[in-house]
Design a protein around this ligand. Structure first.
Ligand SMILES: Nc1ncnc2c1ncn2[C@@H]1O[C@H](COP(=O)(O)OP(=O)(O)OP(=O)(O)O)[C@@H](O)[C@H]1O
Length: 332
């Protein structure tokens, strides 16, 4: 659905030249929710803005729905942008217009008939739970309500792709959750392809099928969200994940002499199975749990824990756990 091929972007300023994107390749399949994470200055905003050409790359190509966005003339680009909605961190609503007028705005720009504009606007306001606010102005709404107006406006022309530029960064955790639930529903119900950029790993954990990690304008890691979260490869991914977690550390000094330390990852059905006690019974190992958590990544349950094995046959325990689909990583 979306393909970036060798996309490069440089900014020139008095301070010199800055490479914001360095030969980025990316593929987002139709119907996916794709997250791009990275630290401040990594190039996330620049990347997402190349998809609807709010930023024009210096090199490479951006192809959306088979069409090369980078090669388009202005009229073609205007037509292509109808298929690509966008929402923003600070909502970017028109403050002098009512909520209904904000939602109707893209349809008016397109010159759609008044009756159609009214019907479509009413439908969107209803869908996003904003009908009672139609005549209000943005200043009268909460942050979460304003973002829902932003989403309604972005959906007005029936896009296939929704770009979300730090869409929940200005919201409190509860409202963030509400907006993420909404985006998740739009993806599942309408098949909308969503690309979001964020510095919040929790946002990716909640809604993204795949994630790319950006550092200094380059993708340092990319994969299915569960794979990247449970087995991060790059230092920046590990650091960003560690920041969001409480009590993830463990005290290795408590490991009994001769004990073997391992990180165990359970996914899907095995998360709730008593695998450890089964294996302990048959191999005679004892285990102590040093840290652990059970959670979900885009709805899929997983468990991850650090354990110390002592006594019995630790090799057999590792082999049995692996055979049962548990990923065992030796830490000592
Ligand atoms: N218009 C501009 N002129 C000059 N430099 C820019 C411009 N826009 C971005 N940059 C620089 O390009 C780099 C990437 O910026 P970008 O905003 O894409 O990063 P980001 O990951 O979105 O960061 P943040 O999370 O802070 O928004 C940064 O070093 C930034 O200072």
């Amino acid at each position: 659905m979306i393909r970036l091929e060798g996309v490069t972007k440089r900014y020139r300023s008095a301070a010199g030249e800055r490479v914001a994107l360095d030969a980025v390749d990316l593929h987002v399949a139709k119907g996916q929710v794709f997250g791009v994470v990275g630290r401040s200055g990594a190039g996330k905003s620049t990347l997402i803005r190349t998809i609807n050409r709010l930023e024009t790359p210096d090199g490479g190509r951006v192809v959306v729905g088979g069409q090369d966005i980078t090669a388009m003339k202005p009229a073609e680009l205007r037509a292509a942008r109808r298929r690509i909605g966008m929402i923003f961190q600070h909502f970017n609503l028109l403050n002098s217009k009512t909520i209904a007028e904000n939602v109707a705005f893209p349809l008016k720009l397109e010159g759609r008939p008044t009756a159609e504009i009214e019907a479509r606007t009413a439908e969107l306001l209803d869908r996003l739970g904003l009908a009672e606010h139609a005549k209000k102005h943005p200043a009268q709404l909460s942050g979460g309500q304003k973002q829902r107006v932003g989403i309604a406006r972005a959906l007005a022309c029936g896009p296939e792709v929704l770009l979300c530029d730090e869409a929940t960064s200005a919201l409190d955790p509860e409202t963030t959750d509400e907006i993420l639930t909404l985006l998740d529903g739009l993806n599942r119900e309408l098949g909308l392809t969503i690309v979001l950029i964020t510095h919040q790993m929790e946002v990716v954990r909640r809604v993204c099928d795949r994630v790319a990690v950006l550092k200094d304008g380059r993708i340092v890691e990319e994969g299915a969200t569960a794979d990247v979260f449970l087995h991060p490869q790059s230092p920046v991914t590990r650091a960003m994940l560690a920041e969001g977690e409480d009590g993830e550390g463990y005290d290795a000094s408590v490991v009994p002499a001769g004990g073997r330390l391992a990180k165990l990852t359970f996914r899907g059905g095995s998360t709730y199975e008593p695998e450890l006690s089964r294996v302990a019974r048959t191999t005679g190992v004892d285990y102590s749990i040093l840290s652990g958590r059970i959670s979900r990544i885009r709805g899929e349950p997983y468990g991850q824990m650090v354990v110390a094995f002592t006594g019995g046959d630790a090799d057999a325990a590792t082999a049995q756990l692996t055979a049962r689909g548990v990923v065992v990583e030796a830490l000592s």
